[in-house]
Ligand binder design. Structure first.
Ligand code: NI
Length: 598
């Protein structure tokens, strides 16, 4: 019932306009769907003052949800709200992340710490800054305008979304846990009413001291945080804290518990406290999300891409301009499940505030390599290459292009990996393909910025051809580091090799040239691949031609059936007995040089 009331409140606030909060906020209504009448009174039978065509913009003075009082030039009247697309106009000076992570932030109705609270969220959320007001910023959080002390805000780069029009129905809430599984632990409850503050806390007794300590600590923290805020800001108002849980038996030795606490002061947005725990029952330890990942401080670009792909569908269509990702703090709110890692995002962390808190799942198939957990569930997804069995490195130059997806599709189907030697100049246009290739475990190599013969260039220009390409790939993928150069025309000299050594780039030539660029024949390209296939070889193709994509669609299943492991150049060279040396040219890996113990 509580959710229903707060949802109604949000709907009410969306339709009622906070005119009292700031005269600088105005509203524009755009007429949609045909002609719209402006009437003298808010009634469908009132006299028509004038009609406006679709696309006409009017100033909206009042809005009761059904009728808007509007103004256009010297005409004033009423229009039906449902036929107007209404947008708020207000100043914008940037975005700010609130400090004091995990503690409650109160947005005040005026620039005064004694003034009533207009909106509550957790520190760490991103707010829109709309004006400088002395010691305060005037901010917007969802549809609410208010004030926050400047020393509680860190301005952040990037463009975020105010999140006015999102659908909150799938947001995480305590009531969403009511039908969730409780596979482990016995439920306990603590409830109490102290004046106008009521709490009801349901949590599991796991019968394991480490786990139970962690759970008790989490619920005590929730209670203390809510009570402290209540006593400081809301005495005399109705408020409640409700805690519920979900628990899972993940595999033989792992269990996970999610505790959700909802702190609600009557009339204000609820605050959700999220505490996921993963428990190792064999070794009797408990950990939070950060311990589940190999490198939580500086996570791999592919892990970030997996998160980005998981949250993208939540944002619906208005994703343009959302480029900001405040930090990697999300990583500590995560737990193990049977399919992957579920990551919990507080409202305003990573996603727009208007979406509320969200849970997204990163599948083991995407992220197994970045996890720090010993489980069959994880190891089943880790890529293993057996260097005692034959390996081939397929390489694709000059792209990406429209053809690249077809090649990625067949590699995904047969579990092979390849190396895409991209021209930097193409990367922005085909950023989604580059990101997909990285996310699926392929290698991105450099083929220079715009296909220059490096031996003809000055040192400075060679460097710029290489660093520009590495930079753009790093930028679009969120951190992928290029380690291999495929020089156009295979052209290198001592000078180029020295620069590559300095930039930590291995140089990859090829042993098999399919001549696909010349023949443009799928059958000839296919035959060249099959004929050239042997252990340790590097095969040159170009992902520019549909004939090449067709040849690959035919060759990949055949190579896999013959027992070849399709590996990237870096994977192949990682088995070289001397390791892959930056600045050195490799056209294949001689099986004599394979160190199978690597
Ligand atoms: Ni080329």
């Amino acid at each position: 019932m509580k959710r229903f009331i707060s949802l109604l409140l949000i709907l009410f606030l969306l339709s009622a306009m906070p005119l009292a909060l700031g005269e600088e906020i105005t509203y524009t209504g755009t007429v949609t769907g045909g002609t719209l009448n402006m009437r003298a009174e808010p009634s469908a039978s009132a006299k028509v003052v004038i009609s406006y065509k679709s696309g006409t913009e009017v100033e909206v003075l009042e809005n009761d949800g059904t009728w808007c009082k509007v103004k256009k030039g010297n005409k004033t009247g009423y229009m039906m709200a449902q036929y107007l697309k209404i947008e708020a106009n207000y100043p914008h000076i940037g975005w700010g992340k609130t400090k004091m992570r995990d503690s409650i932030l109160n947005i005040r109705k005026s620039a005064d710490e004694e003034s009533p609270v207009a909106y509550k969220c957790l520190g760490g959320a991103v707010l829109e800054l709309i004006a400088d007001a002395g010691d305060y910023y005037k901010v917007r959080a969802e549809n609410i305008f208010g004030y926050v002390k400047k020393d509680l805000i860190t301005p952040v780069e990037g463009e975020f979304m105010p999140g006015l029009s999102f659908d909150r129905k799938d947001a995480l809430s305590v009531s969403s846990l009511q039908s969730a599984p409780r596979e482990v632990g016995s439920p306990l409850n603590r409830s109490k009413t102290e004046g106008d503050f009521t709490y009801s806390i349901t949590y599991p007794d796991m019968d394991m001291p480490m786990a139970d300590d962690g759970i008790l600590y989490a619920i005590q923290w929730m209670l203390k945080t809510a009570e402290t805020d209540y006593e400081a800001n809301h005495v005399g108002e109705k408020a409640s804290l409700t805690v519920e849980y979900q628990s899972l038996q993940v595999d033989e030795h792992h269990q996970s518990v999610l505790l959700l606490g909802e702190y609600q002061v009557a009339g204000l947005s609820p605050i959700l406290f999220i505490r996921p725990l993963t428990i190792n029952t064999q070794e009797q330890w408990t950990c939070d999300g950060a311990d589940l990942f190999e490198n939580p401080v500086n996570p791999d670009a592919r892990l970030l891409f997996a998160l980005e792909s998981a949250v993208a569908p939540l944002m619906g269509t208005p994703t343009d301009g959302y480029t900001g990702k405040p930090d990697t703090g999300w990583i500590d709110k995560a737990m193990l499940t049977r399919n992957g890692i579920t990551v919990f995002l507080h409202a305003g962390y990573y996603l727009p505030l208007g979406l509320g808190a969200r849970a997204v799942e990163l599948k083991y198939s995407q992220i197994a390599e970045y996890l720090n957990i010993e489980s069959q569930l994880v190891s089943a997804h880790i890529r293993t290459i057996d260097p005692t069995k034959p390996m081939i490195a397929l390489t694709f130059d000059d792209g990406p292009s429209e053809q690249t997806d077809r090649i990625l599709n067949v590699l995904a189907q047969y579990g092979g990996k390849a190396t895409f030697c991209v021209q930097g100049i193409n990367v922005e246009k085909y950023a989604d393909i580059v990101k997909r290739a990285v996310a699926e475990g392929h290698e991105i190599a450099s083929h220079t910025w715009n296909h220059k013969k490096l031996t003809d260039l000055s040192d400075a220009n060679v460097r710029s051809q290489l660093t520009r390409t590495s930079d753009i790939v790093r930028e679009v993928t969120g951190g992928y580091e290029i380690r291999v150069l495929r020089p156009p025309y295979g052209s290198t000299n001592k000078r180029v090799r020295n620069i590559c050594a300095d930039l930590n780039l291995v140089i990859a030539h090829w042993q098999v040239d399919t001549l696909d660029w010349e023949t443009r024949s799928s059958s000839k390209t296919y035959r060249a691949i099959i004929k050239g296939a042997k252990n340790g070889t590097i095969i040159l193709c170009h992902d520019l031609y549909s004939s090449t994509a067709s040849a690959i669609e035919k060759a990949v299943p055949e190579l896999v059936a013959k027992g070849y492991q399709l590996v990237t150049v870096s994977e192949l060279l990682s088995f070289h007995k001397d390791g892959a040396q930056p600045g050195t040219v490799y056209a294949y890996l001689d099986p004599e040089n394979i160190d199978a113990s690597k």
